[in-house]
Design a protein around this ligand. Sequence first.
Ligand SMILES: [Zn+2]
Length: 394
Amino acid sequence: MLRKITSDWIHNGIDGFVSDHCIVLDESGVIAGFRKLDENELRECVYYPGMLVPGFINAHCHLELSHLRGKFETGTGLISFLKSVVAFRETDPEDVMRAIDEADGEMRREGIVAVGDISNKTDTAQTKRRSPVHYHTFVEAFDFLQEGLAKNMFEQYRKVYDGFEGIPRSLVPHAPYSVSQQLFAMIREFSSGASGIQSIHNQESPEEDQLFMTGGGAYRAFWESFGFSMENFQASGKDAVACITGQMDPGHHLLCVHNTCMDSGQIKRMMAWNPEVSFVSCPNANLFIENRLPDYRSFVNCGARMVLGTDSLSSNWRLSILSEIQTVLRYNSWLSLEEVLKWACYNGAVALKLESELGSFEKGKQPGVNWIRDIVMDKGRLHLGSRAQVVPVS
Ligand SMILES: [Zn+2]
């Protein structure tokens, strides 16, 4: 049985809004057609007042940190935030598992159909195996920037990687400031061959470039405060981008996460090194932790592929891509809703190599359909109203 649905406005996930169109779905939600309505068809359609868009892609989350919702102070800066994460006492495993399941449910209710999820442990494996959400797990390794620990830490994270057998996964480095050259090399070697997907946290705070330019600054003090020696760390005299381009394999898609302090020159260098780089922005988390946002204009002017993520519930109030879209637009009124919807749908699907199934209303795909209510037309442009909400309809 085919179903036909329509709305005042439909965004196909890639470009622009159309009206007077219908989406034809088969019983399992596969798109059988997306076309202009004729008069007779209108009576056969279920009408959703507002707007229809494809299912959202959350390109960056840490599902395993969901029990830390509401535990940390906001606006402290990244290094203080990391200290509070490290200092937090172990939680009852049952509470951790319950929080993971609840977070998965919250994302489904928010119309999220695929997630790029960072994992340092295997706590999320069960939930991921039974959830209808498509998860790509990035098992994330770090060694506190200690060459001497690289081998042990690599083995530790390879076991975590093995724990996600049978579901989409990659072994990836955490961040330039937490991964030694040796560990970067071991991850590169492990991931060579098939062209996969890599992820790395990048330039979330200004201290990151400082560490590589000068060898000093807050990150040096941060590691020393845990008793790690920084004596063997050699500053390259170049920025964090050079650390990534010099040590990662450009043959993989790369999700470069946060990029809060990146400038145009750095964006261009990253794109020249790897044309398949996606810049993942988690605006609510950036406001939560650093109280600042990336300069979106630089990314757009460079033609960068922008995608959205929620980050974890330790640094966000909720797991909602619609809320991330609202935050981007609130602080960047020069950006259009149609552009940012592309970040949330098609671009995210490309970043996770899922564009043949998800991200746009095209025949044969099964992208999910989100209904967004409270849409406002102002000066010829569509905007989300202040009470905009998303309801998944397939
Ligand atoms: Zn993160």
